[in-house]
Design a binder for this molecule. Structure first.
Ligand SMILES: Cc1cc2nc3c(=O)[nH]c(=O)nc-3n(C[C@H](O)[C@H](O)[C@H](O)COP(=O)(O)OP(=O)(O)OC[C@H]3O[C@@H](n4cnc5c(N)ncnc54)[C@H](O)[C@@H]3O)c2cc1C
Length: 384
């Protein structure tokens, strides 16, 4: 397995400065995991107006025709600032590339310009009550009916489905044969729909971003099948390379790292004990050096995807290492700073620590668990 170094093009420095200037003028509270929990449609629309959504979508499809590495610079700035980007995140990150790759002309016309404007939000309907890691075992079925398909089954953990305009559903369109991965297809289901019931699944702190989504003979017209019938597995796998390798897989707790940096600066100014300040500074340095290495790996995958290379295993490696890092940030902070997590605290350190502690268990699960990712890497390395 190779990770070929890549860097955002020099012009992206200007882009980066523009994003920073924009963020400085915006009024939001930086939060950990803002890409999953910071839902703000007005903010998404502002990004759309500036050309920072649908960046890699060709201009003939309503996007901005920029490179994945330029997009990397923009999203890195947004994530580092803890900006509220959850509303459009799934649409911009993986649905836009999926529609560019597999969408029909009508689907591209309908969804891509709206995604680029920050006006069309997507949810992912892959996991089911008995199918998470083993996606090929999904039981949601799509039955052929006149002019379309009838969808029946239940999806779980669908982030943001209660506020999405569309959910992309993986369903079985042919019975499983010797190759369990065959016979799966993807459907674009617009929401709300009277045959689709969306129930909240509350998170650890009682917050609502997950959902159970039930389809009861929901009609999906022919035109809303994404790509080829039976090609669902191949399409989903390509989507996962985009889903797994981005800077959001290491920056979910960056606002906490910044709060730690601010705290050590206070210690440097003489208000803390010298020994505590030194230990905290060392810990911060350790976190930042790891983060820099992870960033280079994530950039390398963006470069590979830009070239059209298959980067599934590299993306799995980045996600494994990156999510372990972002999860450990909370432990490192707690070991060096006497802060108690408090979601309502005016102190950014106590508040972002509370956000990190609550969200951290999901980091290494969502988008593929650590064990599954390591299996992919092991297979690529020929040791499995
Ligand atoms: C914050 C968050 C957001 C999510 N958002 C979405 C979403 O929007 N849409 C969506 O469809 N899903 C979503 N998910 C679901 C996520 O994709 C699944 O939780 C994940 O794929 C694991 O599936 P599971 O929970 O069924 O666990 P299981 O697959 O049952 O796994 C349970 C445990 O067994 C281990 N395991 C399973 N199989 C193997 C194996 N072959 N070898 C070794 N170990 C194995 C796993 O690593 C895990 O530790 C989200 C999850 C989280 C936490």
């Amino acid at each position: 397995m190779r990770l070929v170094p890549a860097e955002p093009p020099p012009a992206s420095q200007d882009l980066r400065r523009e994003v920073r200037d924009f963020l400085a003028g915006e009024d939001f509270t930086p939060r950990c995991d803002g890409w999953l929990t910071g839902f703000d449609p007005a903010f998404s629309r502002k990004l759309g107006e500036r050309g920072w959504l649908g960046m890699t979508v060709p201009s003939r499809f309503g996007g901005h025709g920029r490179s994945l590495l330029e997009r990397f610079a923009v999203i890195e700035e947004l994530l580092a600032a803890g900006a509220p980007v959850a509303a459009h995140w799934i649409a911009d990150r993986q649905m836009a590339p999926a529609l560019v790759a597999h969408g029909s002309p009508a689907q591209r016309r309908r969804f891509l310009p709206a995604i680029a404007r920050g006006e069309c939000f997507f949810a992912i309907g892959m996991s089911e009550p008995d199918s998470g890691s083993d996606l090929a075992s999904v039981r949601t079925k799509a039955r052929r009916v006149r002019d379309g398909w009838s969808l029946t089954g239940t999806k779980v953990w669908s982030s943001g489905a209660h506020r999405a305009h569309v959910i992309l559903v993986l369903a079985r369109t042919a019975p499983p044969g010797p190759d369990r991965r065959a016979g799966l297809s993807q459907f674009l289901v617009t929401l709300p729909d009277p045959a689709v019931t969306i129930r909240p699944i509350l998170g650890l702190a009682g917050e609502h971003h997950f959902n159970e989504v039930t389809f009861d003979e929901a009609f999906v017209p022919d035109g809303m099948l994404l790509g080829e019938p039976g090609a669902g597995w191949r399409q989903v796998t390509a989507e996962l390379a985009h889903e797994r390798s981005g800077p959001e897989r290491m920056l979910s707790t960056f606002p906490l790292v910044q709060a730690l940096a601010a705290q050590t600066a206070v210690a440097d100014a003489g208000t803390g004990t010298a020994a505590a300040g030194t230990a905290a500074r060392r810990a911060l340095g350790g976190l930042l050096s790891r983060l820099w290495t992870l960033r280079q790996a994530s950039l390398a995958v963006a470069g590979a995807l830009e070239r059209g290379d298959d980067a599934g295993a590299q993306a799995a490696l980045v996600k494994d290492l990156g999510t372990r890092f972002e999860r450990e940030v909370a432990d490192v902070v707690r070991a060096h700073v006497p802060a108690e997590p408090d979601p309502d605290s005016p102190d950014p350190l106590a508040r972002t620590l509370a956000e990190a502690v609550v969200q951290a268990p999901g980091f290494t699960l969502r988008g593929g668990t650590t064990e599954i990712l390591r299996g992919i890497v092991a297979r690529e390395l020929g040791v499995r």
